[in-house]
Ligand binder design. Structure first.
Ligand code: DHB
Ligand code: FE
Length: 318
């Protein structure tokens, strides 16, 4: 069966993509940001997922005010980068996984989460920037290391979905993945945030205290986050801080208790706080032995593994 092994939270600041595309990664301002993802790229190379579900929001690239799906699932065979005003980013066309995506659509819709099925969709910085941060820079004529399934969430026009709805959708996605017969290792991204406001009198707002508490709770106590109303996100984390609800879809798709294996936080990038976290489920292989009762030896090995994972946790404070 397919299995979600880990969740990745990452900001998707477009200026990070521009810095990468224009060869600025070694400039001190940008090196500070990119260096926080070196370990993550190492982790990704070791984890070698078969497919990545990427929860992000479209920024009026694939959709517009004319059409605003709340949850849009990419079921296409490929997803070209969108032209966001300066031509499409020089990144490869992402390959989809139509069989698994259609299975997720069916399972979630029959589970009463009414996803919009997208058989043609371009993807913007909400998706391509976190993919670069985790997979590295890949030439336009190269290949991303694994196929992707985009899930575009409306956080652009009122009303976005609630944090609770997002968390529960994560659970439905997990159920969908685990009922897919093929042995696949799946990772799920939640992107956006952290605190930022792009326009208006509060432009440039960053609230590191809020961001840190969000990351702490995401890791250890996610149920505390699902009750946060939209107004609190916007008041505390800025108008675009509302993007953080998408991290709750990722978190809902994981175990209640997870191992936080990496964290990075820096301010600012453009006008935005950059946050990043990697959370692993404790049963990691697609070929699970979860149904077998753990013996005392298993339990102690698992305990050691968790302790080792905790020891790996790195906190980079701004
Ligand atoms: C900016 C845009 C985003 O979509 C985002 O998530 C963060 C920052 C920006 O324009 O700076
Ligand atoms: Fe955004």
């Amino acid at each position: 069966m397919a299995r979600i092994v880990a969740g990745i939270g990452s900001s998707h600041v477009p200026a990070i993509g521009a810095a990468l595309d224009n060869g600025k990664t070694e400039e001190p301002y940008w090196k500070r940001v990119f260096s926080g993802f070196e370990k993550s790229q190492e982790w990704m190379r070791e984890t070698k997922p078969d497919v990545a579900i990427v929860v992000y929001n479209d920024h009026a690239s694939a959709f517009s005010v004319e059409m605003i799906p709340t949850f849009a699932l990419g079921c296409a065979a490929e997803f070209p980068p969108a032209d966001e005003g300066w031509g499409p980013r020089p990144v490869p066309v992402a390959q989809g996984y139509p069989a698994l995506a259609s299975h997720i659509a069916q399972s979630c819709i029959l589970d009463e989460f009414d996803l919009t099925i997208c058989n043609k969709m371009e993807i913007d910085h909400g998706m391509t920037v976190p993919m670069n941060l985790l997979f590295g820079k890949i030439a336009k004529d190269g290949h991303w290391p694994c196929p992707v399934i985009p899930l575009a969430v409306n956080v652009v026009m009122y009303p976005p979905p609630t944090g609770h709805r997002c968390f529960m959708l994560g659970k439905a996605i997990r159920k969908a993945v685990e009922s897919y017969p093929e042995d696949l290792k799946v990772v799920i991204f939640g992107t956006g945030g952290l605190s930022h406001q792009i326009s208006g009198p509060r432009a440039g707002l960053i609230n590191s205290k809020w961001d840190k508490a969000f990351l702490d709770n995401l890791s250890k106590n996610p149920r505390k986050l699902v009750k946060i109303p939209h107004l609190d996100y916007m008041r505390e984390a800025g108008a675009e801080g509302i993007e953080m609800v998408m991290w709750l879809i990722m978190r809902g798709a994981l175990d209640d208790k997870v191992d936080e294996v990496y964290r990075f936080y820096t301010v600012p990038a453009s006008n935005t706080a950059v946050g990043h976290i990697i959370l692993e489920n404790r049963v990691k292989s697609g070929r699970t032995t979860a149904k077998r009762k753990p013996t005392a030896k298993h339990k102690s090995t698992a305990k050691h593994k968790r302790a080792a994972a905790r020891a790996k946790v790195e906190r980079v404070r701004s």
